[in-house]
Design a protein around this ligand. Structure first.
Ligand code: DCP
Ligand code: MG
Length: 392
């Protein structure tokens, strides 16, 4: 956007790279006849949900997380497909490896997106806009996939820039331009503002990031809580000093249930534990990551709460290993204290991309993973209550 020839400030150069219509483009690699057509990938049954749609289908209002039934109404001529998640994960790994050829500092954030620290790479690859084109070309040449790149002085600005780069483009915003770039955008464009925060802000009469940045701190703190309010107000002006790699805030995914009346029946607890394990497993597989272990949380009738954690034999993302580990922890905990339980929770911990390092000799984690993906598809189709593994 600016015509400065060099990055004279100490400004960081962060790339946010995100593949375009990821699942669709992978399918188009396998079947070029899908090119240029509206394609929708997701659950195809009556309760199916759209995972993603090609840009041709998006023109009709089709989007991720929409009920497939609605998508069919909006765009009946689209080709609807279930998709192949194991393939997407494999392509995702290859994508990250392409990015690693251009920066030693690559931080994947989902299956098809990563941050790269490109600070100081001008001598090697030229100006950021040029190096972005080099990376996009490499992704296209090596994987056949279109990628978009947002460039900014922080993860925040880079990420928001990507939305303006899509599809198949590059968009750069410098720190001096960030505040003005953010100001007219709706508050929902700020990563971290979900539907709830948006609603709270609407009540205050705030609809744009500019209004948010200029709003009185007092009422904003009362609406969002003091920490969140200050944080969000800074970010609304395009200020973000977060390091590329957050301090190993051990990532985890969890689910829990509070009972209406305390439960002491082991069978009942096992049933709920299995549901929770499956819910956590589905979300884990969506993230494209694998877990090192799982944990349980138990709250007793008197509100004392314990957590117990155990490592898997090998990193995994299958329902069975999550449940088996959580179940062993539950049995031990119940042996130690048999009191009625008010709340039970399951989490997977130590999430990472250890997938590639899975032992080839140990086929079990993959079998568990594949079975679980098949179950995800069925649950998506018939609802999460439809199917569960048989009890052990
Ligand atoms: N995905 C999903 N369910 C969602 C959102 C996404 O299963 N609610 C999957 C399908 C997407 C992939 O994750 O292809 C990547 O998500 P993106 O948000 O990056 O969406 P796309 O890559 O499909 O499109 P684009 O990034 O061009 O907007
Ligand atoms: Mg994408």
């Amino acid at each position: 956007m600016s015509d400065h020839e060099v990055n004279d400030e100490q400004e960081r150069v962060i790339f946010h790279v995100d593949l375009d219509a990821f699942y669709v483009e992978v399918e188009r690699q396998a079947d070029p006849s899908l090119r240029g057509k509206p394609v929708v990938i997701g659950g195809t049954g009556p309760r199916g949900v759209v995972a993603t749609a090609s840009y041709e289908a998006r023109k009709f209002g089709v989007h991720s997380a929409q009920a497939t039934a609605v998508a069919r109404r909006l765009c009946p001529q689209a080709i609807f497909m279930r998709g192949n998640h194991e393939l997407y994960r494999d392509v995702s790994r290859k994508f990250m490896n392409v990015l690693r050829e251009y920066s030693p500092n690559v931080v994947p954030v989902s299956v098809d997106e990563a941050y790269l620290d490109m600070t100081g790479t001008e001598r090697l690859y030229g100006l950021p806009m040029d190096s972005a084109e080099i990376i996009r070309k490499a992704v296209r040449d090596e994987l056949g996939l279109p990628a978009s790149i947002g460039i900014g002085p922080s993860k925040l600005v880079a990420k928001v820039s990507t939305e303006h780069a899509k599809p198949d483009g590059v968009f750069q915003v410098r720190q001096v331009e960030a505040e003005a770039f953010f100001a007219p955008q709706p508050v929902r464009n700020l990563p971290g503002i979900g539907p709830k925060a948006e609603e709270a802000l609407t009540k205050l009469g705030i609809s744009t990031l500019g209004q948010l940045a200029a709003f009185d701190v007092g009422p904003l703190r009362r609406a969002l809580g003091p920490n969140h309010a200050d944080h969000v107000r800074r970010r609304a002006r395009g200020i973000d000093n977060a390091p590329l790699r957050e301090k190993v805030k051990a990532k985890s995914i969890s689910a829990e249930t509070t009972f209406e009346t305390d439960v002491s029946s082991r069978t009942e607890l096992e049933k709920v534990l299995r549901k929770l394990s499956e819910r956590v497993g589905t979300r884990l597989r969506k993230s494209g990551l694998r877990a090192r272990g799982s944990s349980i949380k138990l709250r007793y009738g008197d509100f004392t709460t314990i957590t117990r954690q155990r490592t898997f034999p090998a990193p995994g993302d299958g329902d069975q290993i999550i449940y088996d580990t959580a179940h062993a922890l539950l049995v031990t905990a119940m042996r130690q204290r048999g009191d009625p339980i008010r709340l039970i929770g399951v989490a997977v911990n130590g999430l990472g991309e250890q997938a590639a390092q899975l032992s080839l000799l140990d086929a079990n984690p993959m079998a568990d993973s594949n079975t679980s993906e098949a179950l995800d598809a069925i649950r998506e189709r018939y609802g999460s209550e439809a199917i569960s593994r048989g009890s052990v």
